[in-house]
Design a protein around this ligand. Structure first.
Ligand code: PHE
Length: 342
């Protein structure tokens, strides 16, 4: 029996290289079961091991191992070959149209408000202004008091304030608080541009309870109304084109003196008169003026030495005029059909 086992193993070892090559996965499986399965030839042979005389055991063990490895390697080679042939057949048979257009996952785009805001900030940083931001939940001091709105002053009512607490905290109604914050933080001379969200309790087709403003101001020695006008002229020409005209009309804001509102020649009709400019040829675009001495004093800046101008504008309004949009709510509905047009 012992000699038999070794003989059988030797015989098998010789046979392995010339075993019939399996043609497909089914034949491959059958071969695996036949030789390596639980009741396969190799395990049947290994059951004879206990009766092999001690001195022949190493040889028998080694042979058994060689036979098993040989068969395993043969099966693995066959498996790889079958698989490769299968893929090759698929490539040859399948039709693949390389001229078909790819699936378009759809691109996002910058929101028109962000785009206009960035454009405006770029124009001013190009003129030497630094960008500053302030909190949206603001104190009464920065939103009103430090800007020369005394308590109970009727001008506070113009602002439709959302109050967060009974006194003191509110949602800022404009970006002007950043004037006070930046003056405290840096002192003069100073040129700042401050974009951000503001809130007013007001809603119709041209007003939204949340909207965006950009504040700008300059403080230096001998700053005049002429500097204000020149700065705004330069800005408007870059934004709306070289032919755009501006005009300043007297107006009132507690934190500027004198105060003004600025109009631009109608960007739709060029000043001839149309529905958008209500046949006046002009569109109101921002508030501005010379920074009030009281505002400087509250930030420890001497108004006898320093002077400055400030202006503030609503971004939605600028964007509505730039793109001819007539309902402010379109900017906040985020309907892709609207947003894709920019
Ligand atoms: N803060 C003013 C507003 O929201 C605009 C403004 C800014 C006016 C700076 C004058 C100077 O209406």
């Amino acid at each position: 029996m012992a000699a038999n086992l070794i003989d059988s193993l030797l015989e098998l070892k010789v046979q392995v290289p010339s075993l019939p090559e399996p043609a497909d996965e089914k034949e491959l499986d059958a071969l695996r079961v036949k030789y390596l399965g639980k009741k396969g030839i190799v395990s049947l042979l290994s059951q004879g091991m206990p009766s092999v005389p001690k001195e022949q055991k190493p040889e028998a063990g080694k042979l058994l191992q060689e036979v098993r490895t040989g068969i395993e390697q043969m099966l693995e080679r066959a498996r790889v070959k079958i698989r490769r042939e299968k893929i090759q057949r698929e490539i040859e048979q399948e039709f693949f149209d390389i001229s078909l257009p790819g699936a378009n996952p759809g691109f996002g785009a910058r929101h028109p408000i962000s785009a206009v805001m960035e454009e405006i900030v770029d124009i001013f940083t190009g003129m030497g202004f630094q960008v500053e931001e302030g909190p949206e939940a603001e104190s009464d001091y920065y939103n009103f008091e430090g800007l020369n709105f005394p308590p109970e002053h009727p001008a506070r009512d113009m602002q439709d304030t959302f109050h967060l607490t009974e006194i003191e905290m509110l949602l800022r109604t404009h970006t002007s608080p950043v004037q006070v914050r930046a003056m405290e933080k840096y002192g003069p001379p100073l040129s700042v541009i401050a974009p951000g969200k503001v809130y007013r309790c007001d809603a119709d087709i041209t007003h939204s309870p949340m909207f965006h403003q950009i504040e700008g101001f300059t403080i230096d020695k001998k700053v005049t109304m002429g500097d204000l006008k020149g700065t705004l002229q330069t800005f408007i020409r870059r934004l709306y084109g070289a032919d755009t005209k501006i005009r300043l009309r007297p107006s009132f804001f507690p934190f500027v003196e004198p105060g003004a509102e600025m109009d631009v020649s109608c960007v739709i009709c060029g000043g001839k008169g149309c529905r958008v400019c209500k046949h006046t040829g002009w569109l109101e675009i921002l508030g501005a003026g010379m920074i009030h001495p009281n505002v400087m004093k509250s930030s420890n800046i001497d108004p006898e030495v320093w002077s400055g101008f400030a202006f503030g504008m609503g971004i939605e309004r600028v964007a509505m005029l730039k793109y001819g949009v007539d309902d402010i709510r379109l900017f906040f509905e985020n309907d892709m059909r609207f947003l894709r047009q920019f």
